[in-house]
Write a protein of this length. Structure first.
Length: 112
């Protein structure tokens, strides 16, 4: 009987130590995203080491307007969730095709 109790404790210990409760988080702060999609430290938008954009939204829209002269700019959105900041620029061509073009907010490079 002691063997089974010992085995149960040994098998359950990694589960308990990996839980958010063991990491010092209060009970009310734990969200479902902590279990489903844990974010790596330093990659959150409000992290202290997140790089601020060097290129503004007006400059991003202007560079896309020059690169895609026959398209209209519908919207510009800054995406900072993971990795370097990027602008997502929604364009509308003369043919009525909606296309997303991305502008690196650090360097100003355009990519699709």
């Amino acid at each position: 009987m002691r063997f089974w109790v010992f085995l149960l404790i040994v098998m359950a210990s990694p589960l308990v130590s990996a839980s958010p409760f063991a990491q010092g988080k209060p009970l009310g702060v734990i969200a479902a995203r902590d279990f489903m999609h844990p974010e790596p430290k330093g990659m959150l938008p409000n992290a202290p080491n997140a790089r601020p954009p060097k290129v503004g939204s007006q400059e991003a829209a202007s560079s896309v307007r020059h690169a895609y002269a026959n398209s209209k700019i519908l919207s510009v959105q800054l995406i900072e969730a993971k990795g370097p900041p990027v602008y997502r620029v929604k364009t509308l061509s003369e043919d009525g095709v909606v296309k997303y073009v991305f502008v690196d907010a650090t360097s100003g490079d355009i990519f699709e």
